[in-house]
Design a binder for this molecule. Structure first.
Ligand code: ZN
Length: 205
């Protein structure tokens, strides 16, 4: 009988001791629970990149090397940095684009395609930019991001000093990030400063 009472008390003590462990299990096993969420994060950024930057040449298998990182927030930041670095570094060549039918062009088009006085942009530059934007399906030529006309950046494939012109075949539409990427000499450093990086970081909860 005495033994039974002792046993009941012992059992109660054990239950009382284990209770906080159960209540605060998420806090106690924080890292374990957070790690469980990383797959959601990866799914999230994968979907984000594939749907917003369909042309971006990203190798997702390279993020595996960060899976051993125990601090889950640090792991996710490292993954964002890796993907942004890849985004800023994948090879892209500015290429001559398809031409537009003469019917859509205007009388001063040919004349204004040539080098302008004081190396200025031609007076019909915004018209050219709009036509190139429509021709390029309103998306970035490098990464495929949909861009509004106001957010689009028009770049010359061949610079005027190298014999290029303002003709539409020589104009390429890029998003803000990609226009910076193609002009930078330090893509790794630029990668941390891109909208692409900010948007990935926003996926970390
Ligand atoms: Zn782009």
């Amino acid at each position: 009988m005495v033994l039974e009472v002792d046993f009941t008390i012992a059992a109660l003590v054990i239950i009382v001791l284990l209770l906080p462990l159960y209540i605060y299990r998420k806090r106690i096993f924080k890292r374990f629970y957070k790690e469980g969420n990383s797959s959601e994060f990866i799914k999230d950024i994968y979907t984000y990149i594939k749907s917003n930057h369909p042309k971006a040449d990203i190798d997702f298998s390279k993020i595996k090397k960060y899976f051993s990182e125990k601090d889950i927030e640090r792991q996710q930041i490292l993954i964002c940095e890796e993907l942004a670095k890849q985004f800023a570094n994948y090879a892209y060549e500015l290429k001559t684009q398809s031409s537009i039918q003469d019917a859509h062009l205007w009388s001063s088009y040919q004349q204004n395609s040539k080098l302008q006085k004081d190396n200025k942009f031609p007076p019909d530059w915004s018209q050219r930019k709009e036509l190139a934007w429509i021709r390029d399906k309103k998306e970035c030529n490098r990464c495929g991001l949909k861009v509004s006309q106001g957010d689009s950046n028009a770049l010359l494939v061949k610079q005027m000093k190298h014999g290029g012109g303002f003709n539409l075949e020589n104009i390429v539409i890029l998003c803000h990030d990609c226009s910076r990427v193609v002009r930078t000499s330090n893509p790794d450093r630029l990668s941390r400063d891109l909208h692409f990086m900010d948007n990935l970081l926003k996926k970390i909860h």
